[in-house]
Design a protein around this ligand. Structure first.
Ligand code: UDP
Ligand code: MG
Length: 340
């Protein structure tokens, strides 16, 4: 494949193809006023070097600081910088989905706005893309920039995912990556609400390759992911890519029933040989409590899945766009704000 806008003919809702740049960079932002200008300043020279034309699309995920104003100014001075602003915070995963919807490029790069991902790596990504790779992902060499607690949790999560998940995840792969238009369209065709992007990137397949990358420390501000958010994210990931937690209860049930049969057999024998023996209150209480616990856990797992099914069947739009800065099509979209 050459770099002559692969898949350009299939660009969706593009209006005039002349509008479509060769590369779109999308960056989800939540309160990153201190970082966005620096990111643009580092992106522009890299992109000017390696592609013919580009756009940088920020997805403002309900920022409450001056991020939006800074982005407006950036758009004024360089119309290649655009911004889609959400009506509230929808979360990074959904912001990425919106970025993929609004990107027009023949390839799309997803990058964090806090300069933890080095924009210079994009040059390598683009080189692989030109060699025909459709999914070029940055692979973390180490996790030194994470806290030890987060590293430990991450390790456990990936251990569980590879044991239970139905889609193998490449090691150390994150959101920083380049996707060919074909891969972008594949991701856009997946309408699910619980978006565990890392799983989705792996699920779509296509010719993929990992590029080792160094994750820098955050330049300004702090991580937006609390442990609570990360737990939710981990559960979403496991549950959208595995039905094992749902199925395992059949086996737990069978095992306990078999155990109960053995116990019944033992008690019958004991009664026959030694006569009726009333004591046993403690063991009774313990087993009642234990099995009530097991039942509640299994109900809880059912609840987790049902909650997700409920969220999916409501078919609410994935996100709502409040403002579209620098988009020539913004007028059309202002009348169609349910920008699914
Ligand atoms: N982010 C977002 N919405 C959120 C949380 C984060 O758009 O609800 C953005 C954030 O502004 C940053 C990127 O996602 O550009 C990565 O977030 P962060 O640096 O907080 O995560 P970490 O690097 O700790 O994984
Ligand atoms: Mg970060």
């Amino acid at each position: 494949m050459t770099h002559e806008a692969p898949g350009a003919a299939s660009l969706p809702e593009q209006g005039s193809l002349a509008l479509a740049p060769e590369l779109s960079v999308i960056a989800p932002v939540l309160n990153e006023a201190g970082n966005v200008a620096a990111l643009v300043a580092r992106l522009v020279p890299v992109l000017s070097r390696c592609v013919r034309s580009f756009e940088i699309v920020f997805i403002d995920d309900g920022s409450t600081d001056t991020t939006l104003e800074v982005l407006r100014t950036l758009n004024h001075s360089d119309p290649r910088v655009r911004c889609v602003s959400f009506s509230r915070n929808f979360g990074k995963e959904i912001a990425i989905a919106a970025g993929l919807d609004h990107a027009r490029g023949a390839a799309v790069v997803i990058i964090d706005a806090d300069l933890q991902h080095q924009p210079e790596a994009i040059e390598t990504f683009v080189n692989y893309w030109r060699q025909g790779y459709k999914n070029v992902y940055g692979q973390r060499i180490d996790r030194a920039s994470d806290t030890p607690m987060r590293r430990w949790l991450t390790q456990n999560f990936y251990g569980m995912f590879s044991a239970f998940g139905e889609t193998p995840l490449p090691e150390g792969a994150g959101d920083f990556r380049l996707l060919d238009r074909q891969a972008v369209d594949a991701l856009r065709s997946m309408g699910e609400r619980a978006r565990f992007s890392k799983g989705l990137y792996a699920w779509i397949g296509y010719k993929s390759i990992g590029v080792p990358i160094q994750i820098d420390d955050r330049v300004h501000g702090f991580s937006k992911f609390s442990y609570r958010k990360l737990t939710r994210f981990a559960l979403d990931g496991l549950m959208s890519f595995s039905t094992l937690p749902l199925m395992v209860w059949t086996y737990v049930g069978i095992a306990t029933a078999v155990l109960a049969l053995f116990a019944a057999f033992y008690f019958i024998l004991e009664t026959m040989t030694r006569g009726v023996d009333v004591p046993g209150f403690a063991s009774l209480i313990v087993s009642v409590m234990f099995f009530s616990g097991v039942q509640l856990i299994s109900l809880g797992v059912l609840g987790e899945y049902i909650g997700r099914i409920f969220a999916e069947v409501k078919r609410r739009p994935l996100y709502l766009v409040a403002e579209n800065i620098g988009d020539a099509r913004a007028k059309e979209q202002a009348t169609d704000k349910l920008d699914v």
